[in-house]
Design a protein around this ligand. Structure first.
Ligand SMILES: Nc1ncnc2c1ncn2[C@@H]1O[C@H](COP(=O)(O)OP(=O)(O)OP(=O)(O)O)[C@@H](O)[C@H]1O
Length: 436
């Protein structure tokens, strides 16, 4: 599987951009700040519904705009499929396949798997649990069908429950009176219902994550040993907040009792004190917590092994080899580490590399080198648009090319003009939350 054409509208710094990609190695080359990472980030979002450098949709949308669109023509054997996602500042993110019916974006993600390697990957070992949860969620989307929908449901329930906890805390602070007591009773019975739903969705999410970690743990330990030498032993373990799920066949009643014990604390702070939003991954080296024990180099190797384990597991479990993204790894990593990555990436069906200076790049014979500066701007003819939709583009800032997603795929304006598709899919939003 590989992406043959990628089109971005209003995605981060790109107002419009279309680029053709080859199977094998593609190098996106251009000076700092040109938008190279933004391009590969769009692929990551299409693939996993999330980005390693944004925790919400908003930063992904061009400043001042209300939505961004990413489209990709994906080649698989003789078949071309066009995937499109619309990221909205308000309302649900949407998706379409081959210009068909609008669906939730969460129903599209996972179909074009990619694994991204960045110099910041080391943070998965040394950083805070949220970074590791981000990785776990991306792995879940790629390895566990329906995972994105489950995390969305869980987040929604979590927000509702936290709102009730805050309300109860406010009432406690202002002291009970006649009206306050009635409202407090209503909030309490609401809390009981939301707690039940929170436990149900949380247990399901915990089980999914447990299964994902179990699948990654073996390859991770093996790959680490291969990279670092057999004497070092790395291990990956899931450290769930609902640890009752690991201990009991029927964890629900035990978690419920746990919630009763922590009720005063939750009301005082107005937050959900336990649940998958507090999960972590334990990364160990020779039986010790890697965060406190491993050297910088060892942490890097662990992060690399973790990403490679994800790549290998996705390829085996889904029969689709993920696209490999190497974002900025050449400028920021030493030669030994660059070589480790390149050895792994060489020969994969598609590799996207970003690089600022040509001198930072190793010899890559046969690579498709894309000058990113040539995608920025464009002359007046290139910004011409949309005749058949009756829309005349008056977008003086249009910096690149008009694109269109339809059954026939993502097309340049010089192949077929259009534009109304983008607006249409934005309109087809439901009132749901903004995550994937
Ligand atoms: N939502 C947004 N709207 C508009 N511009 C944005 C948005 N998010 C990021 N940018 C801009 O995108 C640019 C950074 O793009 P990107 O990180 O892709 O650069 P790069 O080419 O990878 O650079 P480097 O080589 O330094 O890593 C910055 O100028 C930033 O201000």
């Amino acid at each position: 599987m590989h992406i043959s054409r990628l089109a971005l509208d209003r995605f981060r710094s790109w107002h419009q951009c279309v680029l053709d990609l080859d199977p094998g190695v593609n190098v996106l080359q251009g000076r700092n700040g040109l938008g190279k990472t933004n391009i590969v980030e769009a692929v990551e979002v299409l693939s996993t519904g999330g980005s390693h450098r944004a925790s919400s949709s908003l930063p992904l949308i061009e400043r001042g705009q209300t939505s961004a669109v990413v489209r990709a023509n994906v080649e698989d054997g003789a078949r071309t499929t066009t995937y499109e996602i619309t990221i909205a500042s308000r309302g649900a993110n949407r998706g379409r396949v081959n210009g068909g019916a609008s669906v939730y974006m969460r129903d599209i993600v996972g179909r074009v798997p990619c694994v991204t390697f960045t110099p910041e990957d080391q943070r998965m070992v040394a950083g805070d649990p949220a970074t590791r949860r981000g990785f776990l969620d991306q792995a879940g989307v790629l390895l566990s069908p329906g995972y994105a929908a489950l995390t969305q449901t869980f987040s929604k329930i979590g927000r509702q429950r936290a709102t009730l906890l805050k309300q109860l805390g406010d009432r406690n602070a202002s002291g009970p009176d006649g009206v306050g007591a009635t409202m407090r009773d209503a909030a309490l019975s609401g809390l009981e219902i939301w707690t039940g739903q929170f436990i149900e969705a949380g247990v399901e999410l915990t089980k999914r994550r447990q299964s994902v970690v179990e699948r990654l743990a073996g390859p991770f330990a093996r790959i680490y040993a291969e990279l670092a030498g057999d004497t070092e032993q790395a291990a990956l373990r899931y450290d769930p907040s609902f640890d009752e799920v690991l201990a009991f066949d029927e964890p629900g009643p035990h978690i419920s009792q746990h919630f009763q014990r922590i009720y005063p604390g939750e009301v005082a702070r107005g937050v959900n004190l336990i649940g998958p939003q507090r999960d972590d991954l334990a990364l160990e080296l020779n039986g010790m917590a890697a965060r406190e024990y491993a050297s910088n180099g060892e942490m890097w190797t662990m992060a690399l092994a973790l990403k490679m384990a994800l790549f290998e597991t996705v390829a085996q479990d889904t029969d689709v080899t993920p696209i490999v993204i190497l974002d900025d790894v050449f400028a920021q990593l030493d030669e030994y580490r660059r070589n480790q990555i390149m050895e792994f990436a060489a020969g994969q069906p598609q590799v996207l590399i970003t690089v600022a200076a040509a001198g930072d790049m190793p010899e890559l014979p046969g690579a498709n080198v894309i000058d990113v500066a040539s995608l920025v701007g464009g002359d007046a003819d290139e910004t011409a648009v949309a005749e058949d939709s009756g829309r005349v583009a008056d977008d003086a800032d249009a910096r690149a090319r008009e694109v269109r997603s339809a059954g026939a795929g993502v097309e340049r304006s010089d192949e077929r003009s259009a534009g109304a598709e983008v607006e249409r899919s934005v309109i087809e939003r439901s009132g749901e939350g903004r995550a994937a």
